[in-house]
Ligand binder design. Structure first.
Ligand SMILES: O=C(O)CCC(=O)C(=O)O
Ligand SMILES: [Fe+2]
Length: 354
């Protein structure tokens, strides 16, 4: 494509789409670097950095124009944007211990049935994916003529059996196999509490579900408090856990399937640093880009719930991922968590549905 065509093509895109393109991971393929993929350089100078805003507020009492700050009951500093009422950013709201706890839960217990994941339609409800990946197990398709009825009626009735790596060679070549570690890498979401049905873009209350775990419920209630209508307590009824690997993005969208938009969405960031885009009520409005680091929390309530938002980029390189505290913590534990989080980001967003 000629340069001039590219410019006019870009002008036809919405401002939100242009920002997504600006920050997305692309690789430069120069002749010299045919073998090694080199990420294209991106100008990050316009990305809001609440960590440094917090630092300069704490040291010099300075705050950039258009940003206001307040303190919550646990002494955390919150930042709001003057032109986006209902948006709150709490840098470093979660301690390293809390971050590690929620990373582990996101990998071990949140993808467990009856919670559903992006793997359900193909593989059916899947137990202990993380442990299976750690033990290098392999899923083998069972070629049964009378498959057991599955919990989720939309599922492909094929059933998958977990076997040890060594057993694979003794299984007929006609059976499909896939290693648990590949499936763990391909885990993109799990849903907790009331189950969100992506195909219908709605909650399907008839699907079996567990309540949001008490500890997550308590955390969400505490974090949500500053964004709640006065005198009301947040009721966490559903959560979506997003798993991002290098190159994964979350396109611009609105979360509009909950009944009462005065209630916030409580969004926790874990693992590698990301860029978050907060746009306006239409995609033509230019979005604000900001960094989301492990431990940051975002609340979106009221008008902010009507704003397009998305995640065009995560950073997994040593300099930009900013996960050294997590690495230190996990290096004393199981290597599997360390391996996973070094190239991943997890987002848990908690919602009141009714
Ligand atoms: O990953 C994030 O920070 C945002 C997630 C989000 O917007 C969503 O799941 O609706
Ligand atoms: Fe969202």
């Amino acid at each position: 494509m000629y340069g001039s065509d590219k410019v006019s093509d870009d002008l036809e895109l919405t401002a939100f789409r242009r920002a997504e393109k600006k920050y997305k991971l692309y690789y430069d393929s120069t002749l010299k670097n045919k073998k090694k993929k080199v990420p294209r350089e991106v100008d990050l100078s316009e990305v809001l950095d609440f960590k440094s805003i917090l630092q300069s507020f704490n040291t010099k009492g300075q705050i950039p124009a258009g940003i206001v700050t307040l303190e919550n009951h646990s002494g955390h500093r919150l930042f709001c944007l003057e032109n986006c009422p209902g948006f709150y950013f709490i840098p470093g709201a979660l301690s390293v211990e809390e971050q590690c706890k929620w990373i582990k839960e996101s990998l071990i217990s949140f993808p467990q049935p009856p919670n559903r994941t992006n793997h359900n339609p193909f593989y059916g409800p899947m137990d202990n994916l993380f442990v299976a990946a750690k033990e290098k197990k392999v899923f083998v398709e069972e070629l049964s003529s009378s498959p057991a009825p599955s919990v989720d009626s939309s599922l492909d009735p094929k059933r998958w059996k977990l076997v040890e790596e060594q057993e694979v060679s003794s299984i007929g070549k006609s059976c499909k196999t896939i290693s648990a570690s590949v499936l763990l890498r391909k885990l993109r979401w799990s849903t907790l509490g009331l189950q969100f049905e992506w195909s219908k873009r709605n909650y399907d209350v008839s699907l079996p579900h567990n309540k949001i775990p008490d500890a997550l419920c308590g955390l969400a209630k505490r974090l949500a408090a500053p964004a709640m209508p006065s005198g009301e307590e947040f009721k966490p009824e559903a959560a979506i856990v997003n798993y991002f690997g290098l190159g994964d993005t979350l396109g611009g969208h609105l979360d509009d399937m909950e009944k009462d938009w005065s209630k916030p969405i409580v969004s926790l960031s874990l693992g590698c640093k990301a860029i978050f885009l907060l746009g306006g009520k239409c995609k033509e409005d230019p979005p604000v880009a900001m960094f989301l680091r492990s431990g940051d929390v975002v609340l979106m309530a009221g008008e902010a719930r009507e704003c397009y938002h998305g995640v065009p980029r995560i950073f997994t390189d040593e300099e930009n991922a900013e996960i050294s505290a997590l690495e230190l913590h996990f290096s004393k534990e199981d290597n599997c968590f360390l391996d996973y989080i070094q190239t991943s980001r997890i987002n848990i967003n908690i919602r009141q549905v009714f």
